[in-house]
Design a protein around this ligand. Structure first.
Ligand code: NAD
Ligand code: ZN
Length: 360
């Protein structure tokens, strides 16, 4: 048995208002006055001086606004990397991603592709990255994905939606400032929060479970129940707790895996561009068979917050479309092995997945 030697985020700041320390944290990491810091910010923060005015740009530093309407694509990463290399006098001092999972993943991927030749799609998979990326910092502004702790950056490429999983992927620094999540719209708060909840359920009910994953997963699971089912948290407490739930949920799957909802949600996302959080919800809603208790609680959370999931998403799809989604979902072998066990291929057939997709 070979145990995984798991890299972790070496530095993290937690606290309301901790984003104010950004300039002090970055300053010692500047490699030269010709080596800029590149800030990748979610478009939603354009014209938001409450956030942007706290970033002090020096020398050639710049802010690039990035849309998260669609999830990160390998081509988008390649374009950003090219633009950054072309416009920087020297290799940048660092990449700082500010936003949700989309922006965090974009920042990780860009940092890696600056030092690894070729296109992002070449590195989708496990441990294909050869050189450490440049210094990269993650600052989440919405909680749930665990992208702030994970060793992957999930990208949609021409053939697959698949992460760049590597020891060089995790951030060198994370700033957890729950205040930054204040403006998140309710629906989005629920969907991204449920990503965290589903991470816990899939980790805690997987065959890969071990005490490392279990302790993180249980803590995160309890926090999610407190946040999404109880009535006694202030808004600030709920923000603080969800940020830590996301962290713990991410740590839990780091040493295990996700499961059925994620595998099938990748299929939806690849074919239809359904985003990760809502995609997981759409699938998870029909997974009683795999996660009876988890799905029951999920339905309670949905009801409590008046969330109505869209229906009929797959109703007009062709056979080819279903085949594409099934192919993408089945390609994620470790997820199925975690969910169902070593002999998963005996029960997880294309017909079985088609049946579930048809309900969505
Ligand atoms: P997101 O980053 O796509 O953001 C969702 C929406 O929230 C966007 O419209 C964004 O503009 C908005 N938003 C973000 N912060 C806001 C704020 N403070 N105020 C107002 N609006 C705000 O959503 P997400 O659910 O955080 O991330 C999904 C992405 O994360 C997917 O691409 C998925 O593949 C990826 N992901 C990565 C990992 C990983 O380990 N790397 C894990 C899970 C998911
Ligand atoms: Zn997820």
């Amino acid at each position: 048995m070979n145990y995984k030697n798991f890299p972790m985020v070496p530095r993290v700041v937690f606290g309301r208002g901790s984003f104010n320390q950004i300039n002090d944290i970055l300053a010692p990491k500047r490699t030269s006055i010709y080596a800029p810091f590149i800030f990748l910010l979610d478009n939603v923060f354009k014209n938001n001086p409450w956030l942007t005015s706290r970033i002090k740009l020096s020398y050639d530093d710049r802010i690039i606004f990035v849309s998260s309407k669609e999830e990160p694509k390998t081509s988008q990463v390649d374009e950003l990397v090219e633009d950054i290399i072309l416009k920087s006098k020297e290799r940048p001092s660092g990449i700082i991603g500010i936003g949700g999972g989309s922006l965090l993943d974009m920042a990780k991927a860009v940092a890696l592709l600056i030092t690894n030749e070729g296109d992002a799609q070449q590195y989708q998979g496990w441990d294909l990255i050869k050189n450490p990326g440049i210094y990269h910092v993650g600052i989440p502004t919405i909680s749930g994905t665990g992208a702030e702790v994970s060793r992957t950056t999930i990208l949609t490429g021409p053939k697959l939606k698949l992460g760049i999983n590597s020891d060089y992927t995790p951030f060198d620094q994370v700033i957890l400032d729950p205040e930054l999540t204040a403006g998140v719209p309710k629906q989005q708060w629920f969907y991204t929060g449920m990503d965290c909840y589903v991470h816990c359920v899939e980790s805690l009910n997987g065959t890969y479970l071990n005490e490392f994953s279990k302790t993180y997963g249980e803590k995160s699971f309890d926090l999610c129940k407190e946040i999404f089912l109880d009535d006694n948290l202030s808004e600030e407490e709920a923000q603080n707790k969800l940020m830590m739930a996301s962290w713990h949920g991410g740590m839990s799957i780091a040493y295990s895996q996700v499961g059925v909802a994620h595998a099938m949600s990748y299929g939806l996302s690849f074919l239809l561009g359904v985003k990760h959080g809502i995609g997981n919800c759409l699938v998870f809603d029909h997974l009683e068979e795999f996660y009876p208790e988890g799905v029951k609680i999920f339905k309670q959370m949905k009801e409590k917050h008046g969330i109505e999931l869209p229906t009929g998403i797959c109703k007009d799809l062709s056979d080819d479309d279903f085949d594409t989604m099934i192919r993408v979902a089945l390609s994620l072998e470790p997820l199925w092995e975690n969910a169902v066990g070593k002999n998963w291929k005996q029960t997880i057939t294309p017909e079985k997945l088609r049946g579930i997709y048809k309900k969505i």
